[in-house]
Write a protein that binds this ligand. Structure first.
Ligand SMILES: [Mg+2]
Length: 415
């Protein structure tokens, strides 16, 4: 038996843990640069604020209903997610972390799913203060659908492919099924497959012909035949990208170099965290539409002699690339760096030249990582990253990093 644990309105819920006064109030969390609503409380959903709505389009609602508008605090959400997944891994032997706020669990078929679901919900609430919806099913697809049902019912739900649950599946739009994207949803509806039940009763072979083997698998899964096993070991990442838009266009080369150093610093940190090295870097920048007829992608690809995850090396190449493609006549709206051709850092490389120099660089990274892990990212960073962060994206209404920065600890006073 599978279970899908999904945190409700995750980013908003993380904010509420530290600001309980926001309970029962309409809240939205905005994307980076304070652009669009990416998480909404139930109260905000009821006001008709759609997912992804640009802030400027919903200003009237924000004002009229006193909606609390928060900038994204990814440091907080990432840390809360890590805590939740750690708890799940302690509570269940088989866990697949599916996304920042969702995980699949696998249980013995004999489990009392109601008792286990309620226990997990309560335990997560007690440990991290986050409300979750839990769905159980005989396949991953059914468990995911059951979690959708659980969200509206408020308690754990269960689905198998038997006729006992046909009513639930008849009420479930086909677009809610895991793996059915917008395009397939549209085609399905045109062909009269409106609900999960319609797809369950469709002929798998003709579905395969019309769509793909993936959709055929969904039909089997809806019928209770498990085709998607739990992925217990996450695939190593094939590429890592760090990119941000600027709060306003930048035409100063030094600022661009500071920005790319900052992203290179984060990239190197992520590579080391994943125990990976990169052999190829791709550095790019986009100018604003106002300079020339269209945006142009300025880019450089750097193939390194040796795979690396060293901060200083990555920053050096990234800054050189910016130096090369920088055009003083243009304003840049965005800059980014991507590590491609990733290698396993735990496999020893052929004997390196300049062994001593490399090991000193490694030591510096090690010290930086341990300090930054303990006191918050960017506590110690290379000088190349610069002091000022004016150019960084706007997060005007960001709450403190309560759980990842000692300076932001919540103060409690007894009266
Ligand atoms: Mg969720």
């Amino acid at each position: 038996m599978f279970a899908l644990i999904d945190c409700d309105n995750f980013f908003v819920s993380c904010e509420r843990v530290f600001r309980p006064e926001l309970e029962n109030k309409p809240i939205i969390v905005l994307s980076s640069n304070d652009g669009c609503a990416i998480s909404r409380s139930d109260e905000a959903k009821l006001l008709g604020i759609p997912m992804g709505a640009p802030l400027f389009e919903i200003r009237h609602l924000v004002k009229a209903y006193n909606v609390e508008v928060l900038s994204c605090n990814f440091e907080l959400y990432g840390d809360m997610s890590r805590r939740i997944m750690n708890i799940l891994q302690q509570e269940c032997e088989k866990v697949e972390v599916y996304s920042v706020d969702e995980a699949f669990l696998e249980y013995d078929d004999t489990i009392n799913w109601i008792a286990e679901g309620e226990r997990l919900k309560k335990y997560l609430m007690k440990c991290v203060g986050i409300v979750t919806s839990i769905g159980f099913g005989t396949t991953k697809t059914l468990a995911k659908l059951a979690s959708v049902q659980a969200k509206s019912s408020g308690s754990c739900c269960y689905l198998d492919g038997s006729s006992k649950y046909f009513d639930v599946l008849k009420a479930m739009p086909v677009g809610k099924i895991w793996g059915i994207g917008a395009k397939i949803n549209k085609n399905m509806r045109q062909q009269g497959n409106y609900t999960a039940y319609d797809l369950l009763t469709a002929d798998p072979k003709s579905i395969r012909k019309q769509y793909s083997i993936i959709v055929e698998r969904i039909v089997y899964e809806l019928n209770g035949r498990s085709c998607l096993p739990l992925t217990l070991i996450q695939d190593l990442k094939k590429s890592i990208q760090i990119t941000r838009s600027f709060s306003s266009p930048v035409s100063d080369k030094d600022i661009l170099k500071q920005a790319i150093a900052r992203y290179g610093f984060r990239l190197a940190y992520k590579l080391r965290e994943n125990l990976q090295k990169t052999k190829t870097l791709w550095v790019y920048g986009c100018n604003t539409k106002f300079d020339v007829a269209d945006t142009v992608l300025h880019q450089r690809t750097i193939v390194l002699d040796e795979p690396t995850n060293n901060t200083a090396t990555i920053i050096k190449y990234a800054q050189n690339a910016v130096e090369e493609f920088f055009d003083p006549k243009l304003n840049y709206s965005k800059i980014g760096i991507m590590a491609l051709d990733l290698r396993d850092a735990t496999i020893p490389q052929a004997q390196l030249m300049f062994e001593q120099k490399t090991s000193l660089k490694k030591d510096i990274d090690k010290v930086m990582d341990s300090l930054n892990k303990r006191f918050g990212l960017s506590t110690v960073r290379p000088l190349a990253c610069g002091e000022s962060v004016d150019w960084m994206n706007k997060r005007g209404n960001k709450t403190p990093e309560y759980t990842t920065n000692w300076h932001n600890l919540v103060h409690v006073k007894a009266k």
